[in-house]
Design a protein around this ligand. Structure first.
Ligand SMILES: Cc1ncc(COP(=O)(O)O)c(C=O)c1O
Length: 423
């Protein structure tokens, strides 16, 4: 064995204690574990047969055309990303939402996760005026994947505690606490995921408009992470309008359509930001991948991708969501459990009020029993205050088989029940 390698301060960022690492490792660990496994963690979308067959058809069409196939796998794309795709998407966004966009407003990245590192470190962190600006997350719980992308020793995120509205039927909903939220030039950017991972919340149109107004006035860019949202994959079960204006950076992804393997993220922003992304792509990876964009471009041109979202993908997840809510009610009826109103994405967020153990302890106990969920405390990037609620929630991914979800929920219920009994 050689001596231990010495790592730079930069490498400390890649510490294995990161929640994002844990979640991606769990996906692999679950496949290796003996005995039954109930994979309700991770963010993998479902394999929906009708959707997969359309992507398969497109792949076969391209694969059987030597010139098209040769281009797809044999040529670097331009660093801003596939021109057919960016042109088709700009025209779709214009047609559907009236947004005045051209291909100069769109860039491709190697998955939206890799967009965030670039976006947040470009808009926040150290500035020439000596100031350190943070990214404000106006409503946490928020996506775990933002947490560790900062390149500085200082924390890059500031989380804001939401208000909780308890609703009839054992549901609750987080709202942005607008009364205590000040947006000013202490921040380099503000970011929300909509629908939100982990909660399935969809920040209301009014909340989003107000955020956008405050950001505009403070001249702070607003990042909207639409990985589950509009125009695709459109996993939203409530009435919600998408929003873009020059002060907004909209992040999209092909992943939750069912294509996480192709690693394609999309940034919609004003041209000066897109030029930055283009340059970063060239420097960091020469060019973004072109398999995903080429696979999907034709489906954007004739709106068939949107039909797929409306007719197959959204109803598919809505059915699953309704089923998982019914299961929670019937399996956990005796427990003090609140379900975050499931308005989108592919998760239910369960709040066990006054849970006597932490969500991390619950995660460990469940893992020992073959059930993989995500412990809630990971989803509070930049919210350091001691708030017991942070340790009382878990995220359950319901994209998998109904039987797996049902059995997993039974084990979760038993484990939670034991912990309440033990006190
Ligand atoms: C809210 C949210 N944003 C972005 C991503 C990143 O997705 P990808 O890098 O696959 O585009 C995810 C993945 O789970 C997510 O949940």
């Amino acid at each position: 064995m050689g001596k231990t390698m010495k790592f730079s301060r930069y490498a400390k960022r890649f510490d294995s204690g990161s929640g994002t690492v844990q979640l991606m490792e769990d996906l692999g660990a679950a496949r290796r574990t003996r005995g039954p496994v109930y994979m309700l963690g991770g963010g993998n979308p479902a394999h929906i047969p009708e959707v997969q067959s359309i992507f398969q058809r497109e792949m076969l069409r391209i694969a059987s055309d030597s010139a098209a196939f040769g281009r797809m796998v044999g040529d670097y794309d331009v660093p801003q990303g596939n021109v057919e795709f960016t042109t088709a998407l700009a025209s779709l966004l214009n047609r559907k939402f009236g947004w005045p966009l051209g291909p100069e407003n769109i860039a491709i990245t190697n998955g939206s996760q890799s967009s965030f590192g670039l976006i947040f470190n470009s808009l926040a962190g150290e500035f020439d005026d000596g100031r350190f600006r943070r990214v404000l997350l106006p409503i946490t719980p928020e996506y775990i994947g933002y947490s560790d992308v900062g390149i500085y020793d200082k924390p890059l995120f500031e989380g804001h505690r939401p208000t909780i509205a308890k609703l009839p039927g054992g549901f609750f909903k987080y709202h942005i606490d607008l009364d205590s939220l000040t947006i000013d030039d202490r921040y380099g950017a503000v970011c929300v995921s909509r629908p939100t991972n982990p909660t399935g919340n969809v920040v209301t149109d009014a909340e989003l408009q107000e955020l956008a107004r405050r950001c505009r006035e403070a001249d702070v860019p607003l990042v909207i992470d639409g990985a589950y949202g509009l125009p695709f994959p459109g996993i939203i079960f409530t009435e919600a309008q998408p929003l873009w204006e020059p002060n907004i950076i909209l992040c999209l992804s092909l992943s939750k359509l069912g294509l996480p393997g192709v690693r394609a993220g999309i940034i919609v922003a004003r041209p000066e930001f897109i030029r930055l992304v283009r340059n970063a792509n060239a420097i960091n990876s020469l060019a973004p991948g072109r398999v995903g964009p080429e696979l999907v471009a034709a489906l954007l041109e004739d709106d068939s991708l949107l039909d797929l979202c409306n007719e197959i993908i959204r109803p598919y997840y809505k059915r699953k969501m309704e089923h998982v809510v019914d299961c929670v009610r019937s399996i956990m009826g005796d427990l003090p459990v609140w379900i975050h109103q499931p308005e989108g994405a592919l998760f239910v967020w369960l709040w066990f009020e006054n849970l006597p153990i932490t969500s991390e302890q619950l995660y460990q106990k469940l893992k020992d029993r073959g059930v993989f969920i995500l412990a809630g405390h990971h989803f509070y990037p930049g919210l350091d205050e001691d708030w017991p609620h942070k340790y009382q929630c878990i995220r359950v991914n319901y994209a998998t088989d109904i039987a797996v979800v049902e059995q997993g929920l039974k084990i979760i219920a038993d484990t939670v029940r034991e912990s309440y009994r033990a006190t």
